[in-house]
Design a binder for this molecule. Structure first.
Ligand code: PMP
Ligand code: GLN
Length: 380
């Protein structure tokens, strides 16, 4: 068979998790919590199953869940998405991203991607026949920023879509109101669509509000906003998320969605809908993760790792060049095998690699896991 994705191998997350297991390393590589979700959420799934909510839900998602999502977005960001025709429940953010790309990208269309970028973006664009045009973030004293003038310069007559991600995986940077203004200036008057990956929307620290695209009517009018309950409720294995987009975009999204997944498992939709009635769990998330971030950063302060800012997500990037000259991949493997802590090389988030001597740790872990990892990292 002639591969449609000749460049693609097994994802770095799978590889590093396998190596961590083999070497019995603390796995701070692949991003997932090593603690349980709220038992009330599990109980809600049990209840839904036992009360017979086990057959296909609506293709668009259980109405109760779409209502809950709509209310949440309206309360937090002040934009009303109609649950009926502007919100679709998806099988995680990955399926949402793939579907959004497929419903608007034709062969030859260009998609601007900001690197480093989550690893599913480029293959999804390639499968749709699109061409990714990558613009790299720049690392300065205040961390990674998007050079919007370079994004503007990358726009051509073929640009159909710009993808953004805030809070950003892997850098932990967040977009601010000025970024949104710069983006609005770029797309104004064009027919360029936006795909905004906001899966870490509830993980922004130091009191900074999450700058959802849905706060900006001008941008929201051309945007697919993607989120994931896996991140918000500590259940990455449930693979459930959503897309919020204006009716015309949602109609096209659903044409593809109904044939690549049709619908998403029923009991979890009902459980999450019920659980969302109380906003406390996601409103408490910044405090919950900021404490872990601070614990982890504090534990690294006497090492030779240079800590980069971590304003959002559950990732902490560090520059290790004071410790080693190894390329990122080799260093991450060495760290896993010899020091017993797995991390992800940031080069994996670039189309053509980029060895800047930076790796990513995930701090969505029990305190005891973080303490074990820190003890090992402090031997370096
Ligand atoms: N986008 C980003 C930036 C992510 O970090 C992730 C999680 N790995 C996803 C999308 C995919 O989310 P999900 O697990 O809900 O498919
Ligand atoms: N989002 C997770 C990360 O960045 C991993 C997702 C995956 O394994 N595909 O680590």
């Amino acid at each position: 068979i002639q591969s449609k994705l000749p460049q693609v191998g097994t994802t770095i997350f799978t590889l590093m998790s396998a190596l961590a297991a083999e070497k019995k390393a603390v796995n701070l590589g692949q991003g997932f919590p090593d603690f349980e979700c709220d038992p009330a959420l599990i109980a809600a799934v049990n209840n839904a199953m036992q009360s017979g909510l086990n057959q296909y839900p609506l293709m668009t998602g259980a109405p109760a869940l779409r209502d809950a999502i709509s209310r949440k977005i309206a309360t937090l960001y002040g934009h009303h998405y109609h649950p009926q025709n502007e919100i679709t429940v998806t099988a995680g953010a990955t399926q949402a991203l793939l579907t959004a790309i497929h419903c608007c990208i034709r062969p030859g269309d260009e998609v601007i991607v900001i690197e480093p970028a989550f690893d599913s973006y480029l293959p999804a664009i390639a499968l749709a026949g699109g061409t990714a045009v990558c613009v790299q973030m720049e690392l300065g004293d205040n961390g990674y920023i998007v050079p919007w003038f370079k994004v503007a310069a990358a726009v051509t007559g073929k640009t159909r879509l710009i993808m953004i991600n805030s809070p950003h995986n892997p850098t932990g940077s967040v977009l601010l109101p000025a970024d949104m203004q710069a983006l609005a200036d770029i797309v104004r008057g064009s027919d360029i669509l936006l795909l905004s990956d906001e899966v870490y929307e509830h993980m922004v620290y130091d009191g900074i509000p999450h700058e959802s695209v849905s706060r900006h009517p001008e941008l929201a009018a051309r945007t697919f906003v993607v989120s994931s309950f896996g991140k918000t409720y500590h259940v990455t294995g449930w693979k459930i998320g959503y897309v919020a987009a204006p009716a015309a975009l949602t109609a096209e999204f659903r044409k593809v969605h109904q044939y690549n997944v049709f619908s998403v498992n029923t009991p979890m939709q009902h459980a999450i809908a019920q659980y969302m009635a109380d906003p406390t769990p996601y409103l408490n998330l910044p405090k919950f993760y900021q404490r872990k971030r601070d614990l982890f950063r504090d534990g690294l302060k006497n090492t030779r790792f240079r800590l980069l800012p971590a304003d959002g997500t559950y990732f902490q990037c560090v520059d290790y060049r004071a410790i080693s000259d190894l390329p990122e991949n080799d260093f991450a493997q060495w760290l896993t095998a010899e020091i017993g802590v797995a991390a992800i090389p940031v080069s994996a988030f670039y189309e053509n690699g980029k060895d800047a001597g930076i790796i990513r740790f995930c701090f969505a872990k029990k305190d005891e896991t973080l303490h074990t990892a820190l003890e090992r990292l402090n031997k370096l």
